[in-house]
Write a protein that binds this ligand. Structure first.
Ligand SMILES: Cc1cc2nc3c(=O)[nH]c(=O)nc-3n(C[C@H](O)[C@H](O)[C@H](O)COP(=O)(O)O)c2cc1C
Ligand code: SF4
Ligand code: SF4
Length: 253
């Protein structure tokens, strides 16, 4: 049976984490659905299929474009395994929100995970993660999920989080562009999940659309886009007490 891999992953750590999980649960390549791409929606998935649904955590929530796409999705009869990938601070209501969205779409949540990756804004926080030990844990989680699936168990998965959820993340800055380095190639314009970057002048970004995902910076081969220094300094200072920590992954089967 094919496994669907539905992911939102602007800077690829969510994808890397859940690609490994997909490999652990199926010998066949998963059907990849990159929901980071602005135009991509959740496709029709046959009942009885397994889908891995994965998102990073933004301020303890699921990124708004991913939540909106799941709210429009139909997943009747699909068994999902959800992943919230976060940068070592906290995941708060994100996994609960992800599970609620999947259940409202008609899916059954078979299992869930909250796993660690280096923080996009402060890469020294949980630097190097997911590492070999994380991937070993993800593989073992895959084994346990396969056992549950094979037994036909439908024990509900209970994950931490509160309703109503925390407020959704709102951009506090927009990435800045070094206009001397920018070749106006348009790659960042196409990569932006929300259409926030001006196609005529890629140094202009609409703060009301921007979600601070940093996909534009990750996709710019010229290195022309970056977090503004003041925003970086502010976030680094806020998260610095957490540096040197090593948060555990959490698995719910
Ligand atoms: C806008 C934004 C908000 C974030 N909020 C949180 C958070 O609340 N808690 C946390 O631990 N990490 C947070 N992070 C870190 C990401 O969850 C983490 O870096 C994740 O691995 C990014 O996934 P990606 O590489 O697939 O884009 C945030 C990152 C961004 C860009
Ligand atoms: S991807 Fe980089 S070089 Fe290309 S338009 Fe965007 S900022 Fe400029
Ligand atoms: S402009 Fe904002 S939303 Fe668009 S890719 Fe860059 S950080 Fe993400």
């Amino acid at each position: 049976m094919p496994v669907y891999h539905l992911y939102f992953s602007p800077c690829s750590s969510t994808y890397d984490t859940t690609y490994a999980f997909c490999r652990a649960i199926s010998q066949n390549a998963a059907i990849e659905v990159n929901l980071t791409d602005r135009e991509t929606e959740v496709p029709e998935i046959p009942a009885g299929s397994v889908a891995v649904v994965a998102a990073p955590v933004y301020a303890g929530r699921i990124p708004t474009p991913m939540a909106d796409k799941l709210a429009r999705a139909r997943l009747e009869g699909v068994k999902v395994v959800t992943f919230a990938v976060y940068g070592g601070r906290a995941y708060e209501d994100a996994l609960l929100e992800l599970n609620d969205l999947c259940e409202k779409a008609g899916a059954t949540v078979l299992a869930s995970a909250a796993t660690i990756a280096a923080h996009v804004f402060v890469p020294d926080l949980e630097r190097g993660r997911p590492d070999a030990n994380d991937f070993a844990e993800i593989k073992d989680f895959g084994r346990r999920v396969c056992e549950k699936y094979a037994k036909g168990e439908t024990t509900p998965v209970i994950v931490p989080g509160n309703r109503p959820y925390r407020p959704a993340y709102k951009a506090a800055f927009v990435p800045e562009t070094d206009t001397a380095m920018c070749r106006k190639c348009g790659v960042c314009v196409a990569a932006c999940p929300t259409g926030a970057i001006d196609a005529q002048d890629p140094s202009k970004t609409d703060i009301n659309l921007c979600i601070n995902c940093m996909r534009c910076a990750a996709s710019c081969a010229s290195g022309a886009k970056a977090q503004p220094a003041a925003a970086k300094a502010f976030i680094t200072a806020r998260l610095s007490p957490l540096l040197g920590g090593h948060k555990p992954n959490e698995f719910y089967v």
